[in-house]
Write a protein that binds this ligand. Structure first.
Ligand SMILES: [Zn+2]
Length: 304
């Protein structure tokens, strides 16, 4: 085994020193969190509506660098009944300046998951770090012809004429996001199964539209045998527990995104269910506690 943990495109996944996958169960439902890699993004995107000095102090308190952060990029595979469901698909090759992401296919293979075994894809929204993995060359052909892709109808509609007036992104991102979403809708048009507000993909696997981050942004709620877990997509970022009112640069409607985040965190704290989210540090399995007016992040204990 190599002790070099950097990426080698010519080397198969099992050689990676860190396997970047984490399995857990929610009642009868199997859940696997898989890392697509990390995204190197400006720290300012964590809260573009706050005083830079306040933001810098928070980053310092978290032992994080002041300028560029490595954002986790978590994807989830769920098995329930006879369905194998891929929830989001990572970045793929959509943005060449983010070379540390786009590892999903290799890491699925290393986990023993064949793309042809996936019966359903659920997309929380159409930002490129969530759907780009499905546009990697050769992926569409390896997926089964009867694959169902579940996406909120409002999300598909939004990307016909997307509004970027409220976001705060580095140069190049809006164009890449527009291009990727449009390309995705073209490539996967015949496999789309749009839903209005919610859809039960498999027993105990419910996708629910929240809006906010994007108009069709959705979360996936798992429930089985008294256990519950929510995959929150981009409704919750690391800073969102302590500062739920900090606007993330990718939020197309930051006020509504804040309302969605607070409502969801309150609910998760009240019913004590597990939370997994795209950009929380891998494997991101955690709980939410109420802490005065805000929230506290409680990482799950490793249990292997
Ligand atoms: Zn994202």
């Amino acid at each position: 085994m190599s002790l070099d943990n950097t990426s080698h495109p010519d080397r198969p996944g099992p050689d990676e020193l860190v396997p970047s996958r984490y399995a857990l169960r929610v009642g009868e439902i199997d859940v696997l969190v898989v890392s697509d890699g990390v995204l190197s993004l400006p720290g300012a995107m964590l809260g573009h509506n706050v005083d830079p000095a306040v933001r810098a102090a928070w980053l310092n308190d978290m032992f994080l660098p002041p300028d560029v952060l490595e954002w986790a990029l978590n994807v989830v595979v769920v098995r329930s009944g006879d369905r194998t469901i891929l929830i989001d698909a990572g970045m793929g090759m959509e943005f060449p300046d983010l070379p540390r992401s786009g590892k999903l296919v290799r890491r699925l293979e290393a986990s023993g998951i064949d793309l042809a075994s996936v019966t359903d894809v659920v997309l929380t929204h159409l930002h490129m770090d969530h759907c780009g993995g499905l546009l990697v060359e050769g992926v569409r052909d390896r997926l089964r012809p009867d694959l169902r892709v579940h996406l909120a109808a409002a999300e598909a509609k939004f990307w016909e004429a997307p509004d970027f007036s409220r976001v705060s992104m580095p140069p190049g991102f809006p164009d890449a996001l527009r291009r990727t979403a449009k390309n995705f809708l073209k490539e996967y048009h015949s496999r789309l199964r749009p839903f209005v507000n919610e859809y039960e993909v498999a027993p105990g696997v419910l996708v629910t539209r929240t809006g906010g981050h994007t108009p069709g942004h959705s979360v996936v709620r798992l429930a089985s045998g008294g256990d519950r877990l929510t995959f929150a997509g981009d409704a919750v970022f690391q800073v969102g527990f302590e500062h739920p009112d900090w606007y993330n640069g990718f939020e197309h409607d930051p006020e509504e995104a804040t309302r969605v985040r607070v409502r969801l965190l309150r609910e998760l704290a009240a019913n004590r269910e597990s939370l997994v989210a795209t950009h929380l540090s891998f494997p991101s399995v955690c709980h939410v506690a109420v802490d005065g007016d805000v929230f506290r992040w409680v990482p799950a204990f490793w249990d292997y």
